[in-house]
Ligand binder design. Structure first.
Ligand SMILES: NC(=O)c1ccc[n+]([C@@H]2O[C@H](COP(=O)([O-])OP(=O)(O)OC[C@H]3O[C@@H](n4cnc5c(N)ncnc54)[C@H](O)[C@@H]3O)[C@@H](O)[C@H]2O)c1
Length: 352
């Protein structure tokens, strides 16, 4: 922390999401300063220096960790690098906000949780979809029992022709996986949270690469390297929970579907059902089923990435428990990893 009471933040990985969403989120907080970034790309470091006026610009994240005054590290590297950066940052006594997926295996996340507890530092996955206004409102309805017991959900993260064409997403050595890790993690985390985070019983699933290697298929985010592409472009999983409820997750970068995108979750409850993000509620009352439309658009907006950063910072400042609990993120990553394992083995994976 600086002498004037400002908290200092270092961002590791200053690419797309760091510049578009995280930096502006931190910038909104009057008692925070983003003082340093680390990125191996010279082009990115020049942008940080010349366009963002960042004071310390490094080629190696370990150099940021040597600055004792830095309180918080914000990890925005490709997925595969989350683990070493999170562990080293926690060990250097920094609080850590880490982009999704927080890790690419349950083992990695377990180690992160252990280290955050040992070092007494906050750790949170940047699951910004929990911070949209419709998520916040729907969660209130759910927690106040409006849906009764949620016994099933359909979680979709389906894109028609939106394949992120950068190596960060198409090369398994950087991403750890395809749409399952990139966008499946968003909708699974959100749905799991809506369902009250029950204990996982089993996972079964498939991961396929059907369209992404083809030269006749084009995306709206530019061309990608067909040779290098080594992750799935489609995944689907069926997850059973120990409380008897279940969830169906399906995601894709390139799906032959009618709409441009279907990023949604449908929750089936004993007293009502609801669809996110539209906020359309179907509720049985006085012997008749009603359709209720929640006027979510009327609520004031703070971009969800900014809200996530504001709330995380508040938890650091006031020493409160973070809202995206690392133990919940661990279950999410175990489910995603389980779909990959089940696809490979052809078997249902039963959790202890
Ligand atoms: N929450 C969201 O809405 C959202 C959206 C996009 C990406 N993401 C996540 O953010 C992360 C980054 O994605 P992106 O779109 O910004 O990718 P990107 O490729 O635009 O940026 C990644 C940056 O990390 C840098 N980098 C690579 N190795 C590094 C290292 N060892 N140390 C420091 N920096 C390193 C790269 O040079 C690059 O500048 C990923 O985990 C991704 O899943 C989240």
């Amino acid at each position: 922390m600086m002498k004037n009471g400002k908290y200092l933040v270092g961002i590791v990985g200053f690419g797309g999401i760091a510049r578009i969403a995280h930096y502006p989120g931190w910038k909104k907080l009057s008692d925070v300063e983003v003082i340093a970034i680390a990125d191996p790309s010279e082009e990115v470091r020049n942008i940080a220096k010349n366009q963002f006026n960042i004071k310390y610009v490094f080629d190696d994240y370990k150099k940021i960790l040597k600055i004792d005054e830095i309180d918080i590290i914000d990890v925005c590297t490709p997925n595969k690098l989350h683990y070493p950066v999170v562990i080293d940052s926690l060990k250097s006594k920094k609080h850590v906000l880490c982009e999704k997926p927080i890790g690419i295996s349950g083992k990695e996340v377990e180690e992160m949780i252990k280290t955050s507890k040992m070092e007494k530092r906050k750790l949170m996955a940047a699951q910004h979809m929990r911070f949209t206004k419709s998520s916040i409102v729907l969660k209130k309805y759910i927690d106040n029992g409006e849906l009764g017991q949620i016994y099933f959900s359909i979680a979709n993260a389906l894109r028609r022709r939106y394949l992120p064409a950068r190596d960060t997403f198409i090369d398994k050595n950087l991403s750890g996986g395809g749409p399952l890790f990139d966008i499946g993690v968003h909708i699974l985390d959100l749905t799991y949270w809506f369902m009250g985070c029950p204990k996982v019983y089993s996972v079964t699933g498939i991961t396929l690469t059907k369209l992404a290697k083809r030269k006749d298929i084009h995306g709206l985010w530019g061309e990608w390297d067909r040779e290098k592409y080594n992750v799935e472009d489609f995944a689907s999983g069926f997850i059973k929970f120990k409380d008897g409820s279940a969830l169906n997750l399906t995601c894709s970068f390139l799906a032959n579907i009618e709409q441009m995108e279907d990023f949604s979750t449908t929750l089936f409850g004993t007293e009502g059902g609801i669809k996110w993000p539209s906020g359309k509620l179907a509720k049985e009352k006085y012997g008749v089923l009603q359709n209720i439309e929640l006027m979510i658009d009327l609520l004031p907006d703070n971009p969800p990435h900014h809200e996530e950063i504001r709330v995380f910072f508040e938890c650091v400042k006031e020493d409160k428990e973070v809202p995206v609990k690392p133990e919940e993120s661990l279950e999410v990553i175990k489910m995603l990893e389980g779909i990959y394992i089940s696809s490979e083995t052809g078997k249902e994976l039963i959790f202890k």
